[in-house]
Write a protein that binds this ligand. Structure first.
Ligand code: FCB
Length: 469
């Protein structure tokens, strides 16, 4: 199969793949783990497709050694995973649970033994349920509890971790969790979503301060799902203003505080009818503004918006499923338009050029900040052929095009240091349950057997040659 452009990547380019704790581990009641907001949400009827939960997931908690073998066989230089806060602090506060720490300690050692760099994310959405009950991310205290947890992890794992990432996609935590309600905890309250945005920004800052209080030279990052939002009609002032508003909510609500130490004025003005932002205290945005060694960028697709004329039902097709509320808090006169295809099984449009644009924009606006693609990949309806192989040419094509798009951004000056394919394994895709498969490696959900898809074989070759064929 030829999918390449012959492109090579810079020496030392960090090739990896990514997973997240709740999506793969299972064993939700083992090892002293406490319940998380995602356990509660997925067990609530109607919240996930087919009522799927992460109770078993792909049983990585018991099969981690086999999974390390796949990571090594793929030749990955790095592995991005997340630690489950409720394994480490079952109730979200207090002393660490030794069994939880030991699990991640063994995993990190196993990676290092195989020459694979551990890229650790502290929070990929599984909030201890006790903290959710106390208000979750709408409560300021959660940010301080996160810092305590971050410090416990830094003390335990120390310099064995190559890169510490505070949060994965706080956009989803805040707006899908508290705004549209399609993610845990399933609330649909715009003001709560904006409070969550802020407390996540604060948690990022406090968390990094805590990690560096233990490990002064820790390398640090955060992973954002930065949105590429385009106006449906680029010549329309109204449509361009709709894109600006969504950009403020989606991107600058995080990059403002985290990268510049301030919230954008237009965001505060656009949402003034929803909240007065009184939860932002003096000095908070500066706390969120910690030095970063690299910015993690997750990228899947693009968005198209226009001014909604108020007539007829508003299209809210932003690709995140049926919602009780909207993630686009306060953007009452904005409508999402379905972009041109092709689409993945998520219904997300395939637009590699958006990745080039995004990397170049970040390079322009935040010069000197290295970036890494911490997630990129695609769900397709894979089938197993009679011989047992999984031919997934669409996934290979998707990955190849996005790698080429990354290379084009590098050619134009963007400092991109690595790429992590989402995902190592098929897994629990949040509200879509086990129905959407993103893995390079197929998981049979009956037997939990792992089988390399064609894309895994292809990716191993890409890693080995440091480029496309
Ligand atoms: C991202 C999440 C990741 C996975 C992919 C498909 O938003 O970070 O856990 O679900 O989407």
């Amino acid at each position: 199969m030829s999918t390449g452009t012959g492109r090579r990547f810079p020496d030392g380019f960090l090739w990896g793949s990514a997973t997240a704790s709740y999506q793969i581990e299972g064993a939700v009641k083992e090892g002293g783990r406490g319940p998380s907001s995602w356990d509660t949400f997925s067990h609530t009827p109607g919240k996930t497709l087919n009522g799927d939960t992460g109770d078993i997931a792909v049983d990585h908690y018991h099969r981690w050694q086999e999974d390390l073998g796949h990571i090594a066989d793929l030749g990955l230089r790095a592995y991005r995973f997340s630690t489950a806060w409720p394994r480490v602090q079952p109730g979200g506060r207090g002393p660490a649970n030794r069994e939880g720490l030991d699990f991640y300690s063994r995993l990190v050692d196993g990676l290092l033994e195989r020459g694979v760099k551990p890229v650790l994310t502290l929070y990929h959405w599984d909030l201890p349920q006790d903290l959710e009950d106390a208000g979750g991310w709408t409560a300021r205290d959660t940010a301080y509890r996160f810092a305590d947890y971050a410090e416990l992890m830094a003390r335990e794992l120390g310099d064995r971790v190559d890169l510490w990432t505070t949060l994965n996609e706080p956009w989803c935590s805040a707006y899908l969790g508290y705004g549209s309600g399609v993610h845990a905890p399933g609330r649909a309250d715009g003001a709560a979503a904006l409070a969550a945005v802020h407390h996540l920004n604060l948690a990022h800052g406090l968390g990094l301060q805590a990690v560096r209080s233990v490990l002064p030279s820790a390398r640090a990052s955060v992973t954002l799902n930065l949105h590429v939002i385009r106006p449906a009609d680029p010549s329309s002032d109204d449509d361009r203003d709709a894109a600006r508003r969504v950009d403020a909510l989606a991107n600058r609500a995080f990059t403002g505080p985290m990268l510049s130490g301030t919230y954008p004025d237009d965001l505060l003005a656009d949402t003034a009818h929803v909240t007065d932002w009184a939860f932002v205290r003096a000095g908070d945005a500066e706390i969120a503004h910690q030095p970063l060694d690299v910015l993690g960028v997750n990228y899947y697709s693009t968005g198209l918006v226009r001014r909604w004329d108020g007539v007829g039902p508003r299209s809210e097709d932003d690709g995140h499923g049926d919602a009780a509320g909207t993630p686009w808090v306060g953007a009452d006169d904005v409508e999402f338009v379905r972009p041109d295809g092709p689409y993945t099984a998520m219904g997300w449009n395939i637009d590699p050029g958006g990745l080039t644009d995004l990397l170049l924009r970040m390079h322009r606006e935040h010069p000197g900040l290295p970036m890494m693609i911490t997630e990129n990949g695609a769900a397709f309806a894979d089938t197993v052929s009679p011989g047992g192989a999984v031919h997934d040419p669409l996934r290979v094509d998707y990955l190849a095009r996005h790698l080429e798009a990354t290379g084009q951004a590098i050619d134009q000056g963007a400092d991109v240091r690595g790429y992590f394919a989402w995902s190592l394994l098929d897994n629990f895709e949040w509200s879509f349950g086990y129905d959407r498969r993103f893995g390079l490696i197929r998981v049979d959900y009956e037997t939990l057997e792992r089988t390399w898809k064609d894309s895994a074989h292809w990716y191993r070759d890409v890693v080995a040659r440091n480029g496309l064929d």
